[in-house]
Write a protein that binds this ligand. Structure first.
Ligand code: KIV
Length: 271
């Protein structure tokens, strides 16, 4: 909050300043109005409308099927709820890899049709032209290195990335490249903690880790994982803050019981 009680919005510049003063950045995903309203009210710095919506909202096995139109629907719902956080939206698979003009058109659609503040896309040198073109239109870009779920069929597995020196070297170079292109931040997903810390220290822009240890400049989790809604996903890096699957199931069972027994509605719950 500012002195006048006005909400001070988080910008890409705020994140750089947070890194400079060693204040960690909090980021969570959200895909709908109601959840976004809660996590924004809690003081989240960055809300990511992740393409993980493909998994947790639509039930797909991978992030590949979600479309640009669907991402725009999720993102515009989130933006309507948010007063303070920086809202970043994933460019979905197939919306930026073809050529840089397609990438720019996809980013522009997201910015125009949702009111979001930035886009995120996966990859390093292979998406250089796409990043340059999007940035040239004034759209802030967050990078994403390490485990890049849109390439799951190339790697065939979700195991930790960049354990081998060759891949670690490539990641270091890609991180430097993304910074030099003008990305405002980079997500580092599922890489060794020592490598993530080293890359974070070598950059001026903030890194946000997921499964990348404590040496990054911020942390991100998928909302449905940390709330225990998605209760079957149990990677080592995940800390659960609730087990909402059990809570919601219990509440639902109680409601069914009350309906069947005619306990609900009672006299005070009718007109
Ligand atoms: O889509 C997503 O949720 C993400 C995070 C895991 C960083 O990209």
């Amino acid at each position: 909050m500012s002195v006048q009680g006005e909400i001070r919005k988080i910008t890409t510049l705020t994140l750089t300043e947070m890194k400079q003063r060693k204040e960690k950045i909090s980021m969570l995903t959200a895909y709908d109005f109601s959840m976004a309203k809660i996590i924004d009210a809690a003081g989240m710095d960055v809300i990511l409308v992740g393409d993980s919506a493909s998994n947790v909202m639509a039930g797909h096995e991978t992030t590949l099927p979600i479309t640009l139109d669907q991402m725009i629907y999720h993102a515009s719902s989130v933006v309507r709820a948010v007063k303070r956080a920086l809202v970043v939206v994933d460019l979905p698979f197939g919306s930026y890899q073809g050529n840089s003009k397609e990438a720019l058109n996809s980013a522009i659609r997201i910015m125009k049709e949702t009111g979001a503040h930035a886009v995120k896309l996966e990859g390093g040198r292979e998406v250089k032209e796409a990043i340059e073109r999007i940035l040239s239109a004034g759209v802030p870009v967050m990078g994403h290195l390490g485990l890049t779920p849109q390439s799951i069929y190339k790697f065939g597995t979700y195991v930790v990335r960049a354990r081998e020196e060759m891949e670690a070297l490539r990641l270091r170079e890609d991180a430097k490249l993304l910074e030099s292109l003008g990305c405002f931040s980079i997500v580092l997903e599922k890489i060794p903690a020592t490598l993530a810390a080293e890359v974070s220290q070598s950059l001026k822009i903030p890194t946000i880790g997921i499964g990348a240890g404590n040496g990054t400049d911020g942390q991100v989790l998928v909302l449905h994982d940390m709330l225990g809604i998605n209760h079957e996903f149990n990677p080592r890096f995940l800390r659960r803050y609730m087990m909402l699957f059990d809570e919601i199931k219990k509440a639902t069972e109680n409601y069914i019981k009350d309906v069947k027994s005619m306990d609900f509605p009672n006299e005070n719950e009718q007109y």
